[in-house]
Design a protein around this ligand. Sequence first.
Ligand code: ARG
Length: 461
Amino acid sequence: NEGALWGGRFAGGPSDALAALSKSTHFDWRLAPYDIAGSRAHARVLHTAGLLTDAELDGMIDALDRLEADVRSGAYVPSATDEDVHGSLERGLIERAGADLGGKLRAGRSRNDQVATLGRMFLRDHARVVARGVLATVDALIAQAEAHPYAPMPGRTHLQHAQPVLLSHHLLAHAWAFARDLQRLVDWDARAAVSPYGSGALAGSTLGLDPNAVAGKLGFSSAVWNSIDGTAARDVYAEFAWVAAMIGVDLSRISEEVIFWATKEAGFVRLDDAYSTGSSIMPQKKNPDVAELARGKSGRLIGDLTGLLATLKGMPLAYNRDLQEDKEPVFDAADTLELLLPAVSGMLATLTFHTDRMAQLAPQGFALATDIAEWLVRQGVPFRVAHELSGEAVRLAEGRGVELWDLTDEEYASISEHLTPGVREVLSTEGSLNARRGQGGTAPDAVAEQLSALQAALEPL
Ligand code: ARG
C-alpha cells in the first residue's frame, strides 16, 4: 500500500474490507484547505526549530501552494487507496516536493492533533456563515415588527386565545430567541479558538516546536494546555452541534406558527410565491414547504447532536478511531443550517400579514377576561373575587353566544355591583394592549423600547 502513512511494521497490506471501512476521504476531503494551511504553519515552526533550512522551507511552501491550487481546481483529488485527507495530501506533497523534502513535514505532528485542529477551523468558518443566516432571520423579524407596530393579534397559551398581543411583540419574541442563538455562537467561538496543533499523537512533541506559533498562524487565540485534551476532546464539536440543534428548534417553532397562520382557518398570512410550492394534483394548493422542511430538518439537527454525543460517550482518553465519526454530524449540521436559514429568513421577510383579520380575532374567545379581573382589582376588589366575577361574565356571554363587550350594563350589574359601566374602558383590544406598558409588556410604547433593547443587544454581535 504505497500511499499509507503507517506501512513500516506491517508485512502485508490491509484487507479490502478494512480499507473500505477505514476510508474517510469521501467526507473529510472538505478539510483539505485547512489541512494545507496547517501544513504551512507547521513547516514554519519546523524551520524556526532548525529542522528545515531556509531553502527547504521555501521548497515546502512552494509545493504546498501548488498542491492547494491543484486541490482547488480539482486537478488533485484523493486516490482510491488514500485513507484520509491527511494521507492523501502528504502523497500530493511528496509528488510535488519529492520524497526527501515532502517526507520531512510529518515530523512532530500526528493526524490526531491535525484532525482535531482542522475540525475547529472548519467549524469556526461555518459558524460565521451560520451566524450571518441567523442575523438575517432576526433582521427579517425586526423588519416585519417595524412594518406592523400597532397590529394586534390573538395571543395564545395552550393554542387557545389568551390575551391580545401586538404582532410586533410576538415576532420579536422569536427574534430574541435567535439573538440568543447568535450570542451562543459568539461564546462558543471563544472556546473553539484554542488550537490542538502541537499535541502530537497525545503527549506533545520532543522536537521543540511552538504550539502557540502554529495557533497564531491559523487564526486561533492560543494553543491547548493539555495535549491529551487537545487530541481527545470533542466537546467543542458537540457544543456546535447543540447550538445548531437549538437554532433548528427555534426555526422549527416559528415555522410551525407560519404553517398554522397560513391555514384557511387562521388566515393570518399569505406566503410569497417565491417561498411556497404547489401540488402535482390539486391546482389550488399553495403549500408552506419551506416551513415544513425547517420543522423536519430540526429533527435531523437533533439527530446530528445525539449521534455525536453517543459516539463520545464512554470513549477512553486519548484518541480512538471512533473519533473519525465526529465529522459527518457537524458537517451535516452546518450544511443543513446553511441551506435552511436563507430559505426561512426569506419566507419570513416576504410574509404578508392579514392584519384586519388578526385584529378582528384578537379580542375574541373572551380574551379580555383578565382585563375585567384586573380592572376590578383596581376598583379595590380582591383578585380571587375579581377572577370569579370575570369568569361569571364569560359564562354568561358564552351561554348567550356573544362576546364580553356584547353583555349589557344590566347583565354586568346582575353579576356584581362592582361591575359598573366603567368596565367598558377595558373591553377593547386597544385598551387591553395599552394597559400592559411595563418592561416586556405588549403595549406599543413598551414594544418600541423592547425593539431598541434588542437592537442594542445585537450591536456587539
Ligand atoms: N482520519 C482520522 C480521523 O478522522 C484521523 C486519523 C487518525 N488515525 C489514527 N490511526 N490515529 O479521526
